[in-house]
Design a binder for this molecule. Structure first.
Ligand code: NAI
Ligand SMILES: O=C(O)C1=N[C@H](C(=O)O)C[C@H](O)C1
Length: 256
């Protein structure tokens, strides 16, 4: 008989955490050994024997949670937002002392979203203007979304590598926030609306044409295949991986 992989969830009673608990419970190769809420001690992960821990908590808690996991040699699959460049650098430094441990920081687990961000970064090299609109449920505590921030970073670095200048913008007189937040120079606009789940549009414009790359998560079920892929793959990817695309082959499968 093959051994089951012992998995724990942090934030297990939240919107994403409860969905992850269900998905892990239904997976024949995984064993849910702990499901922790905000007042449960992290030490119980050690006694439960968790090998992989999924963090779906809040931006204020996730960095210290992951620090604890790496300290205890547990692999981490993190969907929580709030991972600034400084926090990622600190985590990388910690992982250097724990070379067998894998951490996946995935701003978005939905395959369509990962693909949409990759398509947007490719397209952004060829268009004069680019802006992002992210749209979410109004219970979300952070803005802009982690996905939008990551997409903007991918777009900015693809444009910089291709020598594309900053998008033109003649705005001189602006009500604060009217042009959105700038993430690596890319304007990001956040909408919070009851009825929505998680949605994003990347608008790309050049003289006489526009391309819109849109992704919609209508249900948190959309994130679960990515969560399970992360759980099953993280031990095979020691060190830090940012973005589920790090575990996927996004090359086209076509023949030339
Ligand atoms: N990567 C992805 O695909 C996705 C990421 N998210 C992100 O996941 C995070 C959670 O989102 P939701 O589930 O919608 O939020 P939520 O507010 O429904 O759930 C968060 C849960 O974490 C708990 N919590 C807070 N601190 C904790 C701690 N120290 N230890 C254990 N539990 C703790 C809270 O009590 C709550 O139950 C957010 O950062 C969100 O942006 C959300 C959806 C998809
Ligand atoms: O809070 C959410 O709901 C989501 N958070 C993530 C983000 O901030 O990008 C992923 C997805 O957009 C849903």
């Amino acid at each position: 008989m093959t051994e089951l992989l012992p998995v724990a969830v942090l934030g297990a009673r939240g919107r994403m955490g409860s969905e992850a608990v269900r998905a892990i419970g239904a997976a024949p190769d995984l064993d849910l050994v702990a499901a922790l809420g905000s007042s449960d001690p992290l030490e119980s992960l050690v006694s439960a024997g968790a090998a992989v821990v999924v963090d779906l908590t809040v931006p204020e808690a996730t960095a210290s949670n992951v620090r604890f996991l790496v300290d205890h040699g547990m692999h981490a699959v993190v969907g929580t937002t709030g991972w600034t460049a400084d926090r990622l650098a600190e985590l990388e430094a910690q992982l250097a002392g724990s070379p067998a441990t894998g951490v996946l920081i995935a701003p978005n687990f939905a395959l369509g979203s990962v693909l949409a961000s990759a398509f947007a970064a490719t397209a952004a090299r060829y268009f004069e203007s680019v802006e992002i609109i992210e749209l979410h449920h109004p219970d979300k505590v952070d803005a802009p979304s982690g996905t939008a921030a990551r997409t903007a970073q991918l777009i900015a670095s693809a444009r910089a590598a291709a020598g594309v200048p900053l998008a033109p913008d003649a705005t001189r007189d602006e009500l604060d926030g009217a042009r959105g937040a700038r993430v690596d120079g890319v304007p990001v606009h956040s909408v919070r609306l009851r009825g929505l789940t998680a949605h994003q549009e990347v608008l790309l414009g050049s003289p006489g044409e526009q391309l819109t790359i849109r992704h919609d998560s209508y249900d948190r079920a959309s994130f679960m295949p990515g969560v399970l892929l992360g759980i099953r793959s993280v031990a095979g990817h020691p060190g830090l991986t940012v973005g589920l695309d790090g575990y996927l082959d996004l090359q086209t499968g076509g023949r030339s």
